[in-house]
Design a protein around this ligand. Sequence first.
Ligand SMILES: Nc1nc2c(c(=O)[nH]1)N=C([C@H](O)[C@H](O)COP(=O)(O)OP(=O)(O)OP(=O)(O)O)CN2
Ligand code: ZN
Length: 146
Amino acid sequence: MIQQMYPAIAHRFVYELNKDMQFAAAHYVPAEQAGKCRQLHGHTYFANITVAGDELDASGFLVNFAILKQLIHDRFDHSLLNDDSDLFDDERPDRFPTTEVVARTICELVQAHLDGTANRPRCLQVYVRETPTSYCLYRPKDGESL
Ligand SMILES: Nc1nc2c(c(=O)[nH]1)N=C([C@H](O)[C@H](O)COP(=O)(O)OP(=O)(O)OP(=O)(O)O)CN2
Ligand SMILES: [Zn+2]
C-alpha cells in the first residue's frame, strides 16, 4: 500500500480527490550541469494527483480514479521518458524529463482529459517523488487555489 505525506493545497471547491500511483521509468537529463543524471538511469516514481471541483459526473465521480491511472501509469510505466517525443524533448530544457517537468506534464495530461468532461474539474496539484530525498510539487497558476 502506498502511504506518503505530501503538502495539501487550499481551495474553495467542495470536492477534492487524490490519486496515488507509482511507475518505474528510466530517464536522463541532457544538460552539462546534471552531472551523473546525464547518464541513463531509472527510478520508481511516486506521484500524487489532486483533482477538485464542485460538480460530479453521471457516476458520482469527480473523475474516475482508474482513468487517472490509465493516463499516467499506463503511459510511463517501464518506459524511457526521453523517448516520449510528444511530451519530452532533449533539445529544450523546459521539456527535459526532470522531476519538475514530469510533474507539470502529468498535470497537463490530466487537465487535458478533464477539459473534455461534462463536470470539468481542475487538476490543482501534482506531487512527484523521484528518489527518497527528492520531490517536486507543480501547481498550475490558473488552478483556482487560494
Ligand atoms: N531540480 C532538479 N535537480 C535534479 C533533478 C531534477 O529532476 N530536478 N534530477 C536529478 C537526477 O535525475 C537524480 O535522479 C536525482 O538526484 P538526487 O536527488 O541528487 O539523487 P541522489 O540519490 O544522489 O540524492 P542524495 O539523497 O543526495 O544521495 C538531479 N538533480
Ligand atoms: Zn533521475
